[in-house]
Design a protein around this ligand. Structure first.
Ligand code: ACM
Ligand code: ZN
Length: 769
């Protein structure tokens, strides 16, 4: 009896292990292991109802996927009662199976058959994706026996793509849809309109693409530093999609069960439209299509002119003809309403419609457009700013400024798609800035995406039903090509796909990162330019104040990584020291580390210098406090042996808004030294400028200081390249107190977006040797 119980327990443990290790992403809702495997051979057939056109389309894709995995081209036929054995059968349920809903499927895999059923072809399509993944995780021909019942947690599983900031060719759009479908996601949010380019052909307004799709080529300059074009004739960079191309994309996406949702921005992010048709702005004055960053966004449609609404209704009519989606996205974000405040027509509209302020005027604008869309049976969706000034509950909100607007909207009865910048902005860095191509600021690693929870805790079960799902956004200011776009979204969309499809309870980072190993192999097979940033090593230092040394812990987001590192400056490789746990740094040195796999480094090497100098862990007092936003973890940040990186928000920099930095270091006793070195940062786009100069003074009593030396910065504040500069005074001396003064530029320079406003000064580390 006992033995039997033990055996049973072992079997259960085994089943649990198998249940955890089905090598599919997103993880199916349930998997029950059965003995035996199904193996393809040259006589295996794919059975489906050949009289059903949708099933035919699906079967063609299934044959292709199986051929890619196995090299075998399955013959197809319609099923009958004695053909199940030896074959793979796809079947639509009759009657409807409530358990799996409109997108779920059930898959039965036995020695002698594979049987896939679903209520819809979408469900069958996702089942086929699972079969393909299982083949590719094994030898390409074998499926391990079991029963899978699967259906998505959310109905909106989206990926956005901005094609305005950089125009991406239509060939890439097809690929992007492939990637969405591969991840069992189902929404492609196509951001077709923004200041820097209008990308959709509108027959009634040809200048939208003749003029609005083209801008001066400033691709050699940083996005934030691009001057406006001087002449219209400069407009050379750009492109657009013809209506025929768009129809083909929509039809292609339909076959892959992806809904394409167009975004036609209004009332802001439309300088491209106003360049073509200035008559729809408040002033009517010509403006060019800007070739780079614009902030704040004041050139917006006039809300006072009837002509604006006629124009937008004409545009939306053509858009609705092209896109059969239930939802039409109208943007609605980031409109600065200074033109509306000055415009007689806008002010008249506010009077006529009894609107209290310009927010209510925006609400009037959005509601009017919503009514128009509703007349055609469509639903309006917009960014969370459309909540300002009041909105009909029928409008759907895309929550991007965190989850809070989405929470508020759900409580008000709106449907919501969660796309908070904290977890879903794939234009942000996914790894260490020094190892990544330039991206928008911010840092969202793979693990961070995996930790995204679309349903806020504050919502009741009833309110939570308004959360339709989630979506990641790829803004393309720093993404000039399709290949680069792939790099930014993969594999972060793999993590998002699991968040949006699988059950909340089944989420398990370790298990996911293991399954990701097979996903990388699939990406390799498909030739996808995915990021290996999860293999980057990061160093987590801990300052030991008593011993004045640093203990370094290394980590990655990869599964069971083999980390190799050096501290002597040499490049790390397979023969370098294997990392087994935290180690001590007792003299200035650079830690270089990589993950190696199959004898090869998996990413660029981390290189982090640590400075063990005479001021380490000494008390520092500041004459003017640093900004609470850039405190760098406290008093010792300037003397912790770690220098700030090119990322101004890496948690190492002390930031001063408009103030000088006057820092006095107490070395505890009189010490001799010959250099005082301070790191400084310039990031034009973030309003951070090098100090004008550095003055170093010394004292033995902490009261009376005398100047040791001074050094001037020589880099222009208008230099827009983000950069780091060490200012250094070299002179042999001895003292107990060292006072360092960095002179803040004061205000942002002429021509800068913040001209005349307080400039930031960033400093780290004060190194004394
Ligand atoms: C947005 O990022 N402005 C929606
Ligand atoms: Zn106006």
């Amino acid at each position: 009896m006992r033995k039997q119980i033990l055996l049973l327990a072992l079997l259960l443990v085994n089943a649990a292990v198998f249940a955890q290790t089905i090598d599919v992403i997103p993880k199916p809702v349930s998997f029950e292991k059965h003995d035996g495997n199904f193996t393809l051979n040259s006589s295996t057939r794919l059975l489906f109802d050949q009289n059903n056109e949708d099933e035919k389309v699906l079967a063609e894709m299934a044959v292709q996927l199986i051929a890619d995995a196995s090299g075998l081209n399955l013959k197809v036929q319609s099923p009958n009662s004695n053909t199940l054995e030896g074959n793979i059968t796809l079947q639509l349920n009759q009657p409807y199976n409530e358990q799996i809903g409109t997108e779920g499927y059930q898959l039965e895999i036995r020695n002698d058959r594979v049987f896939l059923n679903a209520n819809t072809t979408a469900g069958l399509y996702y089942g086929v994706q699972t079969i393909w993944q299982m083949f590719t995780a094994a030898d390409g021909k074998t499926l391990s026996g079991g029963d899978i019942t699967d259906s998505p947690r959310f109905s909106w599983r989206g990926m956005h793509l901005d094609v305005s900031r950089h125009f991406l060719p239509v060939e890439f759009i097809y690929k992007y849809i492939d990637y969405i479908a591969l991840h069992k996601m189902n929404v492609f949010h196509w951001h077709l309109v923004d200041d820097q380019g209008w990308r959709i052909e509108i027959k009634k307004y040809p200048k939208l693409t003749q003029v609005g799709a083209w801008r001066a080529d400033r691709e050699d300059l940083d996005w934030q530093a691009r001057k406006e074009p001087v002449k219209e004739s400069e407009s050379k960079y750009g492109g657009f999609y013809t209506q025929e191309e768009i129809q083909s994309v929509v039809a292609y996406a339909q076959k892959k069960h992806v809904t394409v949702i167009p975004e036609i921005e209004m009332p802001a992010h439309v300088m491209s439209a106003l360049a073509a048709y200035p008559e729809y702005s408040c002033t009517g004055e010509y403006i060019p299509v800007p070739p780079g960053g614009i902030w704040p966004i004041t050139h917006i449609y006039c809300a006072g002119k009837e002509e604006t609404f006629n124009f937008l209704e004409d545009v939306l009519s053509e858009v609705m003809d092209l896109f059969p989606s239930r939802y039409i996205h109208i943007g609605g974000d980031e409109a600065t309403k200074t033109e509306w405040e000055k415009c007689e027509l806008c002010q008249q509209r506010m009077k006529d419609e009894h609107l209290a302020d310009e927010h209510e005027l925006q609400a009037y604008f959005i509601k009017r457009i919503e009514k128009f869309l509703n007349n055609y049976g469509r639903q309006l969706i917009g960014w969370d700013e459309i909540l300002e000034g009041g909105l009909n509950p029928s409008a759907t909100i895309m929550s991007w400024r965190g989850s809070a607007p989405g929470t508020k909207a759900a409580k008000l009865g709106h449907d919501v798609v969660m796309s908070p910048a904290s977890h879903c902005y794939f234009d942000y860095y996914q790894g260490d800035r020094s190892l990544e191509p330039q991206a928008f600021s911010g840092h969202i690693t793979l693990k961070k995406v995996y930790g995204f929870e679309p349903v806020p805790e504050e919502l009741s079960a009833e309110e939570a039903k308004h959360i339709l799902g989630g979506q990641a956004n790829l803004w393309t200011e720093y993404v000039p090509t399709g290949e680069h776009a792939e790099y930014m979204v993969m594999p972060r969309m793999t993590a998002l796909a699991e968040v949006l499809w699988s059950t909340k309870e089944s989420r398990d980072w370790g298990d996911f990162s293991k399954r990701l190993e097979s996903q990388y192999k699939r990406f390799d097979k498909l030739g996808i330019n995915y990021a290996t940033s999860a293999f980057q090593v990061s160093a987590d230092p801990e300052l030991n104040i008593d011993k004045k040394i640093i203990k370094v812990k290394l980590s990655t987001e990869a599964w069971q990584p083999e980390i190799r590192y050096t501290t002597d400056g040499s490049e790390p490789g397979i023969n370098s020291t294997k990392y087994t746990g935290p180690f001590e740094i007792t003299s200035t040195s650079t830690v270089k580390a990589v993950v190696v796999k199959n004898g090869k480094p998996m990413s660029k090497a981390l290189a982090t210098p640590f400075f063990i100098h005479k001021a380490i862990a000494c008390p520092v007092s500041l004459k003017y406090p640093n900004s609470k936003y850039y405190n760098a973890g406290g008093d010792l940040a300037l003397v912790d042996g770690i220098k700030g990186s090119i990322n101004h928000s890496d948690g190492n920099w002390k930031g001063f808004n408009g103030d000088d930095m006057v820092a006095t270091v107490d070395l505890g006793e009189t010490k001799s030294f010959s250099t005082v070195n301070v790191g400084t940062l310039q990031n034009y786009g973030a309003w951070i400028f090098y100090p004008g100069e550095m003055i170093v003074e010394t004292s033995n009593d902490g009261q009376n200081f005398k100047q040791l030396g001074r050094v001037k910065n020589k880099v222009s504040p208008s230099n827009s390249k983000t950069q780091i500069q060490d200012l250094e005074v070299k002179k042999k001396t001895s003292a107990r107190y060292v006072r360092v003064t960095l002179k803040n530029l004061g205000t942002c320079p002429k021509g800068h977006a913040g001209e005349g406003k307080a400039a930031w000064l960033f400093a780290d580390e004060i190194t004394i040797e």
